[in-house]
Design a protein around this ligand. Structure first.
Ligand SMILES: *[C@@H]1O[C@H](CO)[C@@H](O)[C@H](O)[C@H]1NC(C)=O
Ligand SMILES: *[C@@H]1O[C@H](CO)[C@@H](O)[C@H](O)[C@H]1NC(C)=O
Ligand SMILES: *[C@@H]1O[C@H](CO)[C@@H](O)[C@H](O)[C@H]1NC(C)=O
Ligand SMILES: *[C@@H]1O[C@H](CO)[C@@H](O)[C@H](O)[C@H]1NC(C)=O
Ligand SMILES: *[C@@H]1O[C@H](CO)[C@@H](O)[C@H](O)[C@H]1NC(C)=O
Ligand SMILES: *[C@@H]1O[C@H](CO)[C@@H](O)[C@H](O)[C@H]1NC(C)=O
Ligand SMILES: *[C@@H]1O[C@H](CO)[C@@H](O)[C@H](O)[C@H]1NC(C)=O
Length: 445
């Protein structure tokens, strides 16, 4: 805005707002839309009414160029054709109408009327409405940079146009108005946090003369110092000697992390200045002397972030992973051994009535056969009984591959007493070996 414009606006404000003081600046401001008709009103029941108006020839504020007297427009006026007197003339009412408001009609008007013997004077300042323009913000290319924890200010500026108080600036965040003003500048102050990085604000200017609001968006860039985290959720680690240990440190920062490093007992052991987002710590074949505090430190130009873990090294043990599957296997093995012991005790008790069944585990009824059962996948290395030293025709070879059953039964053809069978559990484990089967009598079950 150049200086002459600025002065004009000051004058205008003075002219339109000074009220009650007895000088010629006491005028009422009126606003009309360009191209629209506009009526300036005087009073009725007058004996005579005359109008003065603006003139391009006159440079004084109140040029007092005669425009009309009673029902007659001054014919010499260059814009005479754009003017009309309206009202109830018979009641002494002479209002001045501008047919099509242009810049020629913008300016000061004065109506002098006489009612009875009393003179009246009314002063107006008629202005053409101007829409607001030039909405600007303090964002550079729409981006406003600040630091987490430090106050930031969003400003929106607009040339409000005419009249000024019909232009409203609103600041939107996530679809809601968070601040608004009729002033020419809106200032919103806040303290951003890390999470506000990339937040988007919108300045909008509304005015009836605008088909659509003026809008500018501002995207925040909130800078913050690094904060570090690990790919594991604990901070104290107990590691067995001889095993490998690894953990990765991640840095989150804005702007970029310039350096990331690992310290052991406060001494730098690993440093990275190229791939900056993360840095692993790998300790192969961990030994007692590796115990201690390990700290990941990340830096950027705003500051540093760090976090420590503690490693203790446990001696000489092999850690067993206890899973559900292994528990099931162990329980099955115990069960099978118990059943076999039971069978053996039963066999030892009565040599004459030998049952040719060995209850390993299963829960369907035994088949009434004396031949070897191969009903469930004999090739599967599962619970099975192998013949050793005896002839295959007397085989006590059997297998029971359905681990879903809670017990199994091995049926065998009685062979020579020297037949020796080995009972295997799952995973090739020997459950019971050298089962000597006495064959005193053969009972077919
Ligand atoms: C100035 O305006 C006020 C109200 O707007 C009015 O009361 C006062 O009489 C006016 N003074 C003159 C000198 O016209
Ligand atoms: C009003 O006057 C301007 C300038 O003389 C002209 O361009 C425009 O067409 C006129 N508008 C109407 C509605 O008469
Ligand atoms: C004259 O003006 C007064 C108020 O200013 C109004 O009440 C009255 O109706 C007007 N009379 C006519 C004939 O317009
Ligand atoms: C002024 O008007 C009043 C009535 O409105 C009338 O009585 C009076 O005679 C008029 N005076 C002049 C000078 O026209
Ligand atoms: C603007 O200000 C004028 C007086 O200065 C007032 O009459 C008008 O109602 C105001 N408009 C708005 C939209 O506030
Ligand atoms: C982790 O270990 C350190 C040092 O051995 C100890 O000071 C700290 O209390 C431990 N923290 C937890 C959560 O166990
Ligand atoms: C860290 O300090 C402790 C105690 O002084 C020491 O036992 C350990 O070996 C040190 N660890 C490393 C990696 O330097």
């Amino acid at each position: 805005m150049d200086k002459s414009n600025f002065r004009l606006i000051l004058v205008t404000i003075a002219l339109c707002t000074t009220k009650g003081d007895n000088n010629e600046k006491n005028a009422t401001c009126l606003y009309g839309k360009y191209g629209d008709p506009f009526i300036l009103k005087c009073i009725n029941n007058t004996n005579s009414t005359s109008w003065d108006g603006p003139s391009s020839q006159s440079l004084t504020v109140f040029g007092e160029t005669p425009y009309a007297h009673d029902d007659e427009i001054v014919p010499e006026l260059p814009n005479a054709e754009n003017l009309l007197l309206v009202g109830d003339f018979s009641a002494g009412e002479y209002n001045l109408m501008v047919i099509n408001l242009t810049h020629n009609e913008e300016g000061y008007y004065k109506c002098n009327a006489i009612r009875g013997k009393i003179p009246y004077e009314f002063r107006y300042f008629l202005r053409i409405k101007v829409p607001p323009k030039k909405l600007t913000t303090n964002g550079r290319n729409g981006i406003l940079i600040g630091k987490a924890g430090e106050e930031m200010h969003i400003t929106c500026n607009v040339e409000r146009g005419v009249p000024e108080n019909e232009t409203m600036i609103s600041l939107y965040f996530k679809g809601n108005v968070i601040k608004k003003t009729f002033a020419e500048m809106l200032i919103y102050s806040f303290v951003p946090r890390k999470v506000n990085n990339r937040d988007i604000f919108k300045c909008a200017v509304e005015n009836l003369l605008l088909d659509s609001p003026l809008e500018e968006t501002i995207r925040l860039k909130v800078l913050y110092q690094p904060s570090v985290r690990f790919d594991k959720n604990e901070y104290n680690f107990s590691v067995y000697e001889g095993t490998d240990f690894s953990i990765t440190c991640f840095s989150d920062s804005n702007q970029v992390t310039t350096e990331i490093l690992w310290e052991a007992n406060d001494t730098i052991i690993e440093k990275q200045i190229q791939h900056l987002e993360h840095l692993p710590l790998n300790i192969a074949n961990i030994q007692q002397h590796h115990e201690g505090k390990y700290t990941c430190v990340a830096k950027n130009h705003l500051g540093i972030g760090k976090k420590s873990i503690y490693i203790t090294v446990e001696c000489c043990q092999v850690k067993i992973e206890t899973t559900n599957a292994t528990v099931i296997v162990i329980i099955s093995v115990i069960l099978i051994v118990t059943i076999f012991l039971g069978v053996l005790i039963f066999l030892a008790r009565d040599d004459l009535s030998v049952d040719n069944q060995m209850y390993q585990s299963r829960d369907d009824t035994a088949d009434n056969e004396t031949t070897v059962h191969r009903h469930i996948g004999a090739e599967i290395q599962d619970n099975r009984m192998d013949l050793s030293g005896g002839s295959a025709s007397y085989g006590c070879v059997n297998a029971q591959g359905n681990s879903a059953l809670n017990y199994a039964e091995i049926i065998f053809t009685p062979g020579p007493s020297e037949s020796r069978c080995v009972v295997h559990g799952k995973e090739n484990m020997t459950i019971y070996s050298d089962v000597v089967l006495p064959v005193a009598s053969v009972a077919v079950h």
